[in-house]
Design a protein around this ligand. Structure first.
Ligand code: FE2
Ligand code: FE2
Length: 156
């Protein structure tokens, strides 16, 4: 199982880097390399991880998804573009507000379809009350929580 996961992970990683190259190479996404998400993991690495894991989960659970849209939405799900660890009043509600900020920023910089938008907007369910509308959004929501858990545990 572990060997299989490693192989598939490498496969999905290649796909994310190839098909998501325009996003990953963009100036704002490059800035995310400097913002930390959980532990020592940057928002950039976290976003790549979530994209890869959501593709893997779709495969594992045999869910038919729009891979391209799910992957692009996942790459942009935390596109809020500030350091939320910095003490600032506007960052106090980060958990509740950042999905909305990420969507606003992402719409400014990229062409997004309905699925991509839903993936970004709903990834903080159930903290944000509106549930995911698409399978793609539900998988990214799950992948995000698993990655956050992994990244937080690794820090200890
Ligand atoms: Fe998030
Ligand atoms: Fe996230």
């Amino acid at each position: 199982m572990f060997e299989h996961w490693k192989k598939r992970r490498a496969h999905w990683e290649r796909m994310v880097h190839k098909r998501g190259a325009d996003i990953l190479k963009s100036a704002n996404m490059q800035k995310e390399k400097k913002f930390l998400q959980h532990g020592k993991v940057s928002v950039y690495s976290h976003s790549v991880r979530v994209a890869v894991l959501s593709l893997f989960l779709a495969e594992l659970l045999r869910v038919k998804v729009n891979k391209e849209a799910m992957m692009r939405g996942a790459l942009l799900h935390d596109y809020f573009l500030y350091d939320w660890h910095e003490k600032d009043d506007s960052h106090r509600w980060h958990g509740f507000s950042h999905a909305r900020v990420a969507l606003k920023n992402a719409k400014k910089d990229f062409q997004l379809g309905e699925i991509e938008q839903d993936v970004i907007q709903k990834h903080m369910f159930p903290l944000n009350l509106k549930p995911p509308k698409y399978k793609e959004s539900a998988l990214v929501c799950l992948a995000d929580k698993l990655s956050a858990l992994e990244e937080t545990i690794r820090r200890r």
